[in-house]
Design a protein around this ligand. Structure first.
Ligand SMILES: [Zn+2]
Length: 101
């Protein structure tokens, strides 16, 4: 994971980006110099992936669209559902584009 070391640049090359090796240890991205910081680097926030939509009820309750499509006859059911559900329709369209393109 790359971290900013603006407040404690690499002593060899003055680089301000380093690969976090764990704890207070980092390796300069520019020259490879190993640096032990006075305090652990501030880790960039990893953006959590939004939770996938899941079927609230019915045959596929608790499954995502991907999981439902992988179920036996899943795609056939989804095609049937797509007539009344824009979310399922969009998913199937996307899947077909992915397969064909
Ligand atoms: Zn360096």
């Amino acid at each position: 994971m790359i971290v900013d070391i603006d407040d404690a640049p690499c002593p060899r090359c003055d680089g301000t980006a380093a690969d976090h090796l764990g704890g207070r240890d980092v390796q300069c991205c520019y020259c490879g110099h190993l640096v032990t910081l006075k305090r652990p680097p501030v880790l960039p926030k990893v953006e959590a992936r939004p939770e996938a939509w899941r079927f609230p009820s019915g045959r596929f309750a608790g499954l995502t669209l991907e999981e439902a499509a992988a179920a036996p006859n899943g795609v056939r059911y989804l095609e049937h559902m797509a007539e009344n559900d824009a979310r399922v329709r969009d998913f199937l369209q996307l899947t077909r584009q992915t397969v064909s393109g």
